[in-house]
Design a protein. Structure first.
Length: 220
């Protein structure tokens, strides 16, 4: 089973958490795309969805799945999304696809957050994957200096603008041991919209695709 097949196995296992008549949040990225495509097979079971990116909204609509604005939807029963890294506490690093701010908003509005990934995403310490930080354009260099003082190596994501019209700094060289406190510290830097650590609102359930099928973990 290759990596893409493992992602699909995790996405398929997440379908069991979809409740009839519910409004669910949908994430962004290759694993979330598998979930969207599989959800199309049971689309009559859900009342509507809320997407964390324009790309995901368009993919859902192509399948004939109703997409609502979060302000219309209210609290969501479920949010399903991928991750770039997860530790054993189900603290995540997300934002490789650049949708971290909207993903964090939708995750925070959801009762249950199911993260789907292949087994290579589970790590002991977060930080090997460069940490995405969404910044207001005028604050790019100011934020970069703060991040260097914190021991990171921020690199502007070239040619990329978020759905919110902002920039992404990908921070290399971090070893994130106290994820919740570091998430708060980064968010207090003037000019930061949000960062890609999901520890203050971690995943509730992590489904990992493995060569032998899907494996479900809860926070340790």
């Amino acid at each position: 089973m290759n990596q893409d097949q493992m992602k699909k196995a995790a996405a398929e296992a997440a379908l069991t958490y979809v409740e009839a008549g519910s409004i669910i949040g949908i994430g962004t990225g290759s694993t979330a795309n598998h979930f969207i495509d599989l959800l199309a097979g049971i689309k009559n079971k859900v009342d509507a969805t809320v997407a964390s990116s324009i790309a995901s909204a368009e993919r859902l609509q192509k399948h004939g799945i109703r997409v609502l604005d979060l302000n219309e939807a209210g609290q969501l029963s479920l949010y399903v999304d991928g991750a770039d890294e997860s530790n054993h506490h189900l603290h995540l690093v997300k934002g490789g696809g650049g949708a971290l701010t909207r993903e964090k908003i939708v995750a925070g509005a959801s009762k249950t957050f199911v993260c789907i990934a292949d087994e290579t995403k589970l790590v002991d310490t977060l930080g090997k994957f460069p940490l995405p930080i969404e910044v207001i354009p005028m604050a790019r260099e100011v934020v970069a200096r703060y991040l260097k003082n914190l021991g990171g190596n921020p690199i502007l994501r070239a040619g990329f603008t978020t759905d919110n019209g902002n920039l992404i700094l990908d921070v290399h060289g971090l070893h994130i041991r106290d994820a919740a406190n570091f998430e708060s510290e980064l968010n207090n830097i003037p000019g930061v919209v949000t960062n890609g650590i999901f520890a203050l609102r971690p995943a509730d359930i992590l489904i990992l695709g493995t060569p032998s099928g899907a494996k479900t973990l809860k926070a340790s």
